[in-house]
Ligand binder design. Structure first.
Ligand code: HMG
Ligand code: MG
Length: 302
């Protein structure tokens, strides 16, 4: 049986905007995050505390997070996780009031080098003091693994390689590990083989799916993951996004498409589709772009 309820983690303000060539005003980011929370999403990944030399679009991380947390519109119970690649990023996130941080590793060596400028082993060693600090301050720690099916530089990635990194992130104290098909090359059976390998090292309840939609497979891969009991998925409003260090990668599965799928299956998400569409219309107008989400296009035209 499929899960009866799914937790959606909206990553549009981070994964969606990190790759945008046009600068997005801090106030627009804040308004987007608030609209997404208003739509009923239980978690909105707000920003990332990374080097502004590497990712200039996230240079206002502290301002964004502070404003969202201090807002009179803030909804109780909504989580606002942020990415932190190192202790320096963690300290900045903590100072801005973060209650949840995410560390990000990769299942492929060359992607690790390109994305965070160190090997997989070095990244895990670098995360250890960050994980200790998160624990000491009572913050929740989430983990990401990139390139869980394929790598833009190394090609196919073996499920055992992914499971090995999942095991390490769990040992560091991550309550949940999000499995990133960074370049969206996965197909349902390959994704299931990967999840089976990961579910052999941590309970499936602690796994999340994070699927980019480069080849249009993300919704199918979500369904394949639901069949194995995965009940948390990352998605980006309007299908925005992509990783600046993954050539050719396009956005995450659109939140609108995922909500349409899940509600059609009778699976609860807590999300109000109309408010979600409003949030998408708002950010896409700022970016002067049409939604990539087919569900959004159909519903807005209706
Ligand atoms: P580095 O150059 O190896 O490290 O970068 P460094 O310690 O030598 O620092 C370089 C400069 O950055 C220094 O400045 C530091 O002070 C500064 P300088 O002395 O030259 O003026 N710096 C920082 N500034 C602000 N905040 C920080 C910070 N750390 C150092 N936290 C580092 C290493 C990891 C920092 C760098 O490679 C980096 O920031 N990478 C970020 C990459 C990134 O954001 N990628 C996208 C997110 S991951 C993703 O999208 C995948 C995901 O969606 C899942 C999936 O789809 O697979 C999660
Ligand atoms: Mg991603």
């Amino acid at each position: 049986a499929l899960p009866r309820r799914v937790r959606l983690v909206e990553v549009g303000p981070r994964d969606g905007l990190q790759n945008e060539a046009t600068p997005v005003a801090t106030a627009v980011k804040i308004e987007l995050i608030e609209r997404l929370a208003d739509a009923g999403l239980p978690a909105v990944e707000a920003t990332s505390f990374v080097s502004p030399k590497w990712v200039p679009q996230m240079a206002d991380a502290g301002d964004v997070l502070r404003a969202v947390l201090a807002s009179p519109r803030r909804r109780p119970g909504v989580d606002f996780p942020v990415l932190t690649p190192n202790l320096r990023g963690f300290e900045a996130a903590l100072a801005a009031g973060a209650r949840e941080v995410a560390i990000f590793a990769a299942a492929s060596e060359r992607f690790s080098q390109t994305n965070i400028n160190c090997s997989i082993a070095d990244s895990l060693a670098r995360f250890a003091p960050l994980a200790d600090a998160a624990k000491a301050h009572g913050l929740r720690l989430r983990g990401y693994v990139s390139c869980v099916v394929g790598c833009p530089y190394e090609g196919a990635v073996a499920p055992a390689q992914v499971a090995a990194v999942v095991r390490e992130l769990a040992a560091l104290g991550c309550y949940e590990i999000s499995l990133g098909d960074t370049i969206g090359v996965g197909t349902p059976r390959a994704v299931q083989r990967m999840i089976e390998a990961c579910a052999a090292v941590v309970p499936v309840e602690r796994l999340a799916g994070h699927y980019h939609d480069t080849y249009g497979m993300a919704v199918a891969n979500v369904y394949a993951s639901l069949e194995l009991g995965v009940a948390t998925f990352d998605a980006a409003i309007g299908g925005l996004g992509g990783c600046p260090y993954a050539a050719g990668a396009s956005g995450n599965v659109a939140t609108e498409d995922l909500v349409y799928l899940l509600h059609g299956l009778g699976i609860a998400t807590g999300v109000d589709m109309d408010l979600l569409l409003d949030a998408g219309t708002f950010i896409l107008a700022h970016l002067r772009r049409e939604p990539l989400s087919k569900a959004a296009r159909a519903l807005l035209a209706a």
